[in-house]
Design a binder for this molecule. Structure first.
Ligand code: GLU
Length: 471
């Protein structure tokens, strides 16, 4: 006989109460990678039972963001709001099991009980008043789980090892509200079972929910699941990642021109590493990722690291790919590549000028448009007083018969020697004349890219500008 092998099924279960957050994408990615690696299935479940806070716009934003990351589920996502039949059946079952009971304690009684417990320094918990009363369902009653009152609940977490909770710390949680609607914990358990989920991979903030959910599973005699609780993503200040300490919206990163592959690389490193290796693509992750190697300590998100990663990923693109990824950013700058014969060379030279595509596109402006202003600091520091150097190099360059890097470089060297100038005193004013700032690739290459006539004209513009401006 062939032994039937249970395939691993993971899921990402976002609540659509906000836009897709990079912490959420990290959770989704780890679920996705783990399922691919195990040749299993990855599902998405929209946990939209909180009617007031859940919206379809947030749901769309989440699904689109995941799709933009290539995190695509193997089945059509389901919504909890459309599964009430399933939950209602499960409610009947848990009542039949004798593991749940109706409780009609009033809000006043519960509030009172809680304040007393707090005053006594105790953890607020339902005291079990109705547990053995065998009450019938009434209009104001809730359904509670008969949670074991003694003993321990132990589960194995793939990241955290053995996790132990004392049952006495857990009270009889509500499964169904008085209006008949099932609660979050109940739906979560029923759905994981119904969808055939085998592995729950989620943020550590859910760790304390796990014993409660396992008790619900056990009451219903459902098979147990494997858990992995991922470390929280922290900002540079070591506090939980939030809008206060980082850009958290995935779309904002795409809008800046961080590549999909860079985001995957960066997110994978939030809680997982492989030796000194820093550059990962999705296929590397699928082969190398080990859920057991995920760290327990919080994972700090470092934007400088992301810049470094993005620079590397951009440099590794084929030229054609680089160009097509850059196009929308060039459009935003109104840059028309056809307006220059040598636009490919310019793009190639500027490919690593900035860590993002938006930054690169901005840096490309002076190559496609006239310089209409000079960077103020650069002008003060280098341009003012550079008339002699500019006039000299202008004559030299105009005298060149061949316009290529070696000829330009030797004209620069000759000028520097003749005027006895340190390199920045010659090179920076030229750079400013050409691009408006002191940023450019090597100067020989820069001048080469502009061509002789344009270089001459821009140096002339800088000289005219220096004449006009009172220094
Ligand atoms: N809906 C929960 C959340 O948005 C996730 C629950 C889970 O993964 O079990 O945080």
């Amino acid at each position: 006989f062939m032994e039937s092998v249970m395939i691993k099924v993971t899921r990402f279960a976002p609540s659509p109460t906000g836009t897709l957050h990079i912490g959420g994408v990290r959770t989704a990615l780890f679920n996705f990678v783990y399922s691919k690696q195990q040749k299993g299935k990855f599902l998405i479940r929209i946990e939209d039972t909180d009617e007031e806070r859940s919206t379809r716009e947030f749901e769309e934003n989440i699904l689109k963001g995941l799709a933009d990351m290539g995190i695509v589920p193997d089945e059509t996502p389901v919504r909890q709001s459309e599964r009430s039949d399933l939950y209602q059946n499960a409610i009947v079952q848990i009542i039949e099991s004798g593991q749940a009971y109706y409780c009609d304690c009033s809000k006043e009684r519960l509030d009172d009980m809680r304040s007393k417990q707090q005053a006594d320094g105790l953890k607020p918990q339902y005291d079990g008043k109705c547990r053995n009363l065998n009450l019938d369902k009434s209009e104001k009653s809730v359904l509670r789980l008969k949670t074991p009152q003694t003993g321990e609940l132990i589960f194995h977490d793939l990241v955290r090892g053995e996790v132990i909770f004392q049952n006495s710390e857990l009270d009889d949680l509500i499964l169904v509200r008085s209006d008949g609607s099932p609660t979050y914990h109940f739906c979560n358990v029923i759905d994981d079972h119904d969808q055939g989920v085998t592995n729950v991979i989620r943020g550590e903030d859910h760790l304390s929910n796990t014993p409660r959910q396992i008790h619900i599973q056990q009451a219903l005699k459902l098979p147990s699941l494997e858990y992995a609780h991922l470390p929280m993503v922290l900002g540079q200040d070591k506090k939980r990642l939030s809008k206060r300490n980082a850009v958290t919206s995935l779309q904002d990163y795409f809008d800046q021109g961080y590549l999909q592959s860079s985001m995957i690389n960066m997110l994978a490193r939030l809680g997982w590493s492989k030796g000194d290796k820093e550059i990962f693509y999705i296929d590397d992750l699928i082969s190398d990722f080990r859920i057991q190697e995920v760290q327990k300590a919080g994972a700090i998100f470092d934007p400088a690291k992301l810049d470094w990663i993005n620079n590397n990923h951009i440099a590794a693109l084929s030229f054609a790919e680089f160009k097509s990824q850059l196009l929308p950013f060039l459009d935003k700058q109104n840059i028309d590549l056809d307006s220059k014969e040598n636009s490919d060379e310019i793009l190639q030279a500027m490919r690593t000028s900035k860590p993002t595509l938006a930054g690169i596109a901005e840096d490309l402006r002076p190559y496609f448009f006239n310089v209409d202003s000079y960077d103020e600091k650069a002008e003060k520091k280098f341009l003012i007083g550079s008339e002699k150097a500019l006039e000299f190099i202008q004559r030299k360059l105009n005298g060149l018969e061949i316009w290529d890097e070696p000829s330009i470089d030797s004209a620069l060297a000759d000028t520097q020697a003749a005027l006895d100038l340190p390199t920045p005193k010659l090179n920076q004013p030229i750079r400013i004349a050409m691009t408006g700032s002191t940023q450019s690739p090597s100067l020989g290459l820069t001048l080469c890219l502009f061509g002789k006539a344009e270089s001459n004209a821009r140096i002339q513009n800088a000289l005219d500008h220096l004449k006009e401006s009172p220094s």
